[in-house]
Design a protein around this ligand. Structure first.
Ligand code: C2E
Ligand code: MG
Ligand code: MG
Ligand code: MG
Length: 281
């Protein structure tokens, strides 16, 4: 009896594994079509300058409108793009699309910088810098219209190579921010060692403010340190007025979160009325 049960359990798991593999392959195949079929769209989430409560920077966040699955979260599909290497092509698309959008907004008299997420795999590409330079050139976009976000995990074990890439990106005129700051394990030493322009405090340290006193102490210390080092700071995941107030009091220059807006389409963004406009040429 035990033997028979054991066998049927094994068989059950084999079937589950087979189903999971099949689902994974289906997802991969659909993602291969997605770029070609125009199923990706960039949404944009405002970052508010505390000084004037206006938005000068938006983060580009990828959305996949799958015909079969509906809107799929990047948390689900970005890892698949990374594991298959497809992310390289997608990052190039995101960057190009961001450049085009930045130009459109400028024609409308709105000077918005766009912050683009790079993945760890992008950072491992040997010709990353020249590819980015090429896109900026093709699209005739000034480098200071674009910011790049990279996570600590994207930094290479080869410190010299990481330094070299960061310096080259800065030489192009791009700002580079460390994303999800605080979630890694050696963020502080990395900030000292690498030429970042700023950091984004991860939502995990913001979500329990203002009540959580240890998070408040940590955020306060990070802001003091960033100020001493001349770094820009964005707090992620600001959802309440109390959080906004506390972060402003602690001197955080930029805030991003649902309190101001969820990520929205380019068209919806303009309706938010958070932008200083300039006369169009
Ligand atoms: P991330 O770069 O840390 O982006 C911030 C995420 O936090 C976004 O999730 C955003 O919608 C969410 N968020 C913003 N404000 C709030 C808030 O107040 N409360 C809560 N609960 N969440 C908030 P999203 O759009 O689902 O993206 C998830 C992650 O997927 C991103 O995290 C990023 O790592 C990755 N991702 C998204 N777009 C791209 C892309 O174009 N390229 C790459 N390589 N990764 C991307
Ligand atoms: Mg980001
Ligand atoms: Mg982030
Ligand atoms: Mg985050």
């Amino acid at each position: 009896e035990a033997k028979r049960l054991g066998r049927s359990t094994a068989c059950f798991y084999d079937m589950k594994l087979a189903a999971a593999l099949e689902e994974r392959m289906a997802l991969e195949n659909e993602l291969r079509q997605a770029l070609m079929n125009g199923e990706f769209e960039l949404f944009y989430q405002p970052q508010i300058s505390v000084s004037d409560t206006q938005c000068a920077v938006v983060e580009a966040l990828l959305r996949w409108h799958s015909p079969a699955r509906g809107v799929v979260s990047p948390v689900v599909f970005i890892p698949v793009l990374e594991e298959t290497g497809m992310i390289l092509e997608v990052t190039a698309w995101v960057l190009r699309q961001s450049c085009r959008q930045a130009k459109i907004w400028r024609q409308q008299g709105i000077n918005l910088r766009i912050s683009v997420n790079l993945s760890a795999l992008d950072f491992r590409q040997t010709d990353l810098v020249s590819r980015i330079e090429q896109i900026l050139q093709d699209e005739a976009v000034q480098a200071d219209w674009i910011e790049l976000e990279i996570t600590e995990s994207a930094l290479l074990d080869d410190i010299d190579r990481t330094l070299c890439i960061l310096h080259q990106l800065k030489e192009l005129g791009l700002s580079v921010l460390m994303d999800d700051f605080g979630t890694g394990y050696s963020s502080l030493s990395y900030l000292k060692r690498f030429p970042f322009d700023g950091l984004k405090i991860d939502r995990n340290f913001v979500k329990d403010l203002p009540e959580d006193t240890s998070d408040a102490a940590l955020v306060s210390a990070v802001l003091a340190m960033a100020k001493a080092m001349g770094l820009d700071v964005v707090a992620e995941g600001v959802e309440t007025v109390e959080q906004q107030q506390m972060l402003a009091d602690l001197g955080c220059p930029r805030l991003q979160g649902y309190l101001f807006s969820r990520p929205v389409s380019a068209q919806e963004l303009l309706a938010l009325d958070m932008f200083t406009t300039y006369p169009t040429p």
